[in-house]
Design a protein around this ligand. Structure first.
Ligand SMILES: [Zn+2]
Ligand SMILES: [Zn+2]
Length: 319
């Protein structure tokens, strides 16, 4: 019997077809898992108090998302976005569900008055609660457009938390198979935001594949491994860095050096972190990225810059 031999290009094409392109956020799990992971990492992380604070925000996000009914774009809006090659729920469009302000109020109320946080946290919450509406909306616009210079770094995590709830609600209303890939592989196909990190997945049908994790809507999209997620360079341009078990930041050392790595690129001199669910089932891209600041310092020492920031830690030098 004659056997059909596939050429290498054909094999790759067939393989690509069978890989699920999109992983949508699961409303009941997203923020609860993030909170749990942050609390798991906090006792051994260099910024443990901050991780506890973000975990409390994630709790509030989980509660807010439960009751949040997202108004999905209609077919006309979806067709228009697709026709223009744009993501259907673009974060930087300037349009957002008005209900996001209620979510922000809920998050502020949840955080306010808790004994476990330093007094400064209450002052930040009060500042948001009494801020002019125009300022709040301008801060949201600046974050969604990543205009770092005008972002209030102290207030940003809570404002971003409310936006994440809205966009996660929207994203979870899509059907993964119906989400169209964009021409630009490094941005979220649903909201156009940048990924915070990527993850090598452990469970079927995603096992062994790498997914980029959106910092806004938490959608994950497939990108082949060993490829720079910022500029697309491959081969020898891509390198991996991790902290050994002697690191001062035990959030890396106690889990094994291979839970989180930084993928760097010689072409664009940037990096993003990769978390390995295969070895550590509870890893969560945003939480593990936030907890591994020592790795950022290492990459900075080597002259690399972050391809994109962590949405729960805004810094002025990322503009
Ligand atoms: Zn997104
Ligand atoms: Zn690159």
């Amino acid at each position: 019997m004659a056997q059909r031999i596939l050429e290498p290009g054909q094999i790759e094409t067939l393989a690509q077809r069978s890989i699920p392109h999109i992983r949508l956020p699961v409303r009941a799990q997203l923020f609860a898992r993030r909170a749990a992971r942050l609390r798991e990492l906090a006792p051994v992380a260099a910024i443990g108090d901050y991780l506890q604070f973000i975990a409390a925000i994630a709790d509030a996000q989980h509660a807010a998302l439960k009751g949040f009914a997202a108004t999905m774009p209609d077919q006309l809006q979806l067709d228009s976005a697709a026709g223009n090659g744009m993501p259907p729920i673009l974060g930087a469009s300037g349009a957002r569900p008005p209900e996001w302000r209620d979510v922000l109020d809920t998050i502020c109320a949840e955080i306010s008055g808790k004994d476990e946080f330093p007094p400064g946290v209450d002052a930040i919450v009060a500042r948001i609660q009494h801020a002019p509406e125009q300022w709040i909306q301008a801060q949201a616009d600046a974050m969604l457009a990543a205009r770092h210079a005008v972002i209030d770094q102290a207030a940003a995590p809570m404002i971003m938390a409310a936006l994440q709830v809205c966009w996660a609600a929207l994203a979870s209303g899509f059907v993964a198979d119906n989400v169209t890939a964009l021409d630009v592989a490094g941005v979220c196909p649903l909201c156009g935001s940048l990924p915070v990190a990527s993850m090598i997945c452990a469970n079927s049908p995603y096992q062994g594949y790498r997914y980029l994790h959106c910092g806004l809507c938490a959608t994950e999209w497939h990108m082949v491994r060993a490829l720079c997620s910022h500029c697309g360079a491959s081969g020898k341009s891509v390198g991996y860095h991790y902290l050994d078990s002697d690191s001062k930041d035990k959030s890396i050392g106690t889990q094994g050096a291979d839970a989180v790595r930084a993928e760097s690129c010689e072409q664009c001199r940037s990096y993003r972190k990769i978390v390995y669910q295969e070895k550590y089932p509870d890893v969560e891209p945003l939480a593990d990225d936030l907890a591994s600041l020592a790795l950022d310092l290492l990459l900075c020492e080597h002259g690399y810059h972050r391809a994109s920031g962590n949405p729960m830690l805004w810094q002025p030098d990322e503009s």
